[in-house]
Design a binder for this molecule. Structure first.
Ligand SMILES: C[S@@+](CC[C@H](N)C(=O)[O-])C[C@H]1O[C@@H](n2cnc3c(N)ncnc32)[C@H](O)[C@@H]1O
Length: 308
């Protein structure tokens, strides 16, 4: 095996490379491919991300069990990304910014300057996020959480009133920023356009200000639910950033679920954006399961000329 090139990285010392919980790898670097392999880069520009397979050339020996910087417990080397492994091979996903001949300008390097590159492959992942299991990392994150979880706050949940409209319009604009506060205000003033019942619940903080809201409605059917019965649907669900992970979102959803039950529903449904991980986690924490993943399309039909 021979290196196909070398990494040009801002890191000359291992201590400079971010590690541990929440470490982000956003450093810019260059994959300098040897001239005799440049032809192999043909068509690589079309890929946004690449797998870089490289050699931990400055690692010495290996440990079959070790404690990674992201946990205070030991794990087997093949369940970690430790450099100290029997075959010292590293794997990094980088973002390809541009190609300049045999130089690939990339973002996301976590290797030392001069690291030998063994191979490059286009990054493609077909595994949906909900099917990925993250092993001991989930447990390690949970154990770390007590230090970061915010203290509970005092709040009550009640049905929204006309006087809440202004604050709800502001929260709606944070949740759905494609419309302005003014547009949300007008929509709230106009009232629901659905012929099926809808309800809004708000969470009121200690100082009387609103800290969250949920809009729940009935839908005649929803993906993954029994098509024979109407379903309670979370049309909008929002909690102010500083009040998240304090039970406010859960209390709002419980109010929505009670309301849906009163309407005769036996199932509750919701949706969120495919890249909104925080919302997906919040749904999962409240017992929602993923039933589908969609891509929405639009097409303008333009003007039609009707011929006689
Ligand atoms: C935890 S490893 C992960 C590397 C890669 N993303 C992987 O998963 O295989 C990253 C660490 O390897 C070390 N490292 C980087 N380049 C190295 C090299 N050329 N030789 C030895 N260790 C290196 C640094 O300490 C860096 O923080």
């Amino acid at each position: 095996m021979q290196p196909i090139g070398f990494v040009r990285s801002p890191y000359s010392d291992k201590r400079e490379i971010p590690k541990g919980p929440g470490a982000k790898h956003e450093a810019l670097g260059i994959l300098e491919i040897r001239p005799e392999f440049e032809l192999g880069l043909t068509d690589i520009e079309g890929f946004s991300h690449l797998f870089v397979i490289w050699l931990f050339d400055r690692a010495d020996g290996f440990d079959l069990i070790g404690r990674p910087p992201t946990d205070d417990r030991e794990h087997g080397v093949f369940a970690t990304r430790s450099p100290r492994r029997p075959n010292p091979i590293g794997l990094t996903v980088v973002q390809l910014q541009r190609r300049d001949g045999a130089l690939l300008h990339v973002k996301g390097v976590d290797m030392l300057d001069g690291t030998p590159i063994l191979d490059i492959k286009p990054y493609l992942s077909s595994i949906p996020a909900d099917q990925l299991r993250r092993g001991w990392m989930v447990d390690a994150e949970r154990r770390r959480r007590p230090a970061t979880v915010a203290a509970p706050i005092a709040f009550i949940v009640r049905s929204a009133m006309g006087s809440d409209r202004e604050q709800v319009a502001h929260m709606r604009a944070l949740l759905w920023p494609s419309a302005s506060v003014e547009e949300h205000r007008r929509e709230l003033e106009a009232g629901s356009v659905s012929h099926l019942p809808t309800e809004t619940f708000v969470a009121v903080g200690e100082d009387g200000g609103l800290v969250g809201f949920v809009e729940v409605g009935l839908r005649s059917h929803a993906d993954g639910c029994d098509a024979a019965k109407p379903v309670g649907f979370l049309e909008g669900w929002f909690v102010n950033e500083e009040c998240r992970r304090r039970g406010v979102g859960g209390a709002l959803v419980r109010a929505a679920e009670l309301w849906a039950r009163e309407q005769g529903c036996v199932e509750m449904a919701s949706d969120t954006w495919i890249d909104h991980e925080e919302s997906q986690k919040a749904h999962a924490a409240l017992g929602f399961e993923v039933v589908d993943r969609c891509v929405h399309f639009r097409k303008s039909l333009g003007k039609t000329t009707i011929r006689e």
